[in-house]
Design a protein around this ligand. Structure first.
Ligand code: ZN
Length: 211
């Protein structure tokens, strides 16, 4: 197995082992069942979800520790947030398979995304950022349900973008990771050259040796 540090350097995973090769949060979420160095589902627990969002810069450390406290007070409510997201992820992966095969986006999935987004009250806010100003969407929800918002928002943004037709699943055997193909020639086949691409090269080499 390739070492974590090397994969982080290559932009394949982040330091927490979650895949970052999708090209955007929505796709990294679709790939979140896999976590480098972990056998279990990458979103197997509420802590996993906090780590996923923190390591994708969608959650501040202080917010995460508040929510961690919430986990002790109301574990059921926290677990149901994770369960709902894992369910949504399965449906999203089906949608990605369908669109990769030329099908339109399932209207039931659109309906589900929209009805979940409808549950959030939000407003826009302009804020000083590192480089000038930044326009932010602030939501009023402060409970664990707020963790779903950045994911839902990026799935919605993804569906409304030209990334839909550019999304591919890795050609590697049993890989199942998705990525937005933004390569200039559009020929990218592998989730990453450090893993599946390299394996395919090695296999092709071994086959040539046998012949
Ligand atoms: Zn792959």
């Amino acid at each position: 197995m390739v070492k974590l540090g090397a994969l982080v350097k290559a932009g394949v995973v982040n330091a927490e082992g979650f895949y970052t090769l999708g090209g955007r949060l929505a796709i990294d979420f679709a790939n979140s069942h896999e976590r480098h160095g972990h056998e279990k589902d990458g979103l197997g627990s509420f802590e996993d979800l906090l780590n996923f969002l923190k390591s994708h810069k969608q959650l501040h450390e202080d917010e995460a520790s508040d929510l961690h406290m919430f986990l002790f007070q109301n574990p059921e409510r926290c677990h149901s947030v994770v369960e709902a997201l894992v369910g949504l992820r399965g449906k999203f992966r089906n949608v990605l398979d369908q669109v990769a095969n030329g099908w339109p986006v399932d209207p039931d999935f659109l309906h589900e995304i929209n009805s979940r987004l409808e549950g959030f009250k939000s407003h826009l806010k302009v804020e000083p950022a590192e480089d000038g100003m930044e326009l932010k969407t602030v939501i009023s929800e402060q409970g664990p349900e707020k963790l779903a918002f950045p994911i839902l928002r990026d799935i919605a943004d993804f569906l409304a973008s030209d990334h839909v037709e550019k999304t591919k699943s890795c050609a590697g055997d049993d890989c199942g990771l998705y990525f937005v193909n933004l390569s200039r020639n559009g020929r990218r086949r592998w989730c990453s050259m450090s893993t599946c691409g390299n394996r395919a090269k090695v296999n092709a080499y071994l086959k040539r040796q046998e012949a």
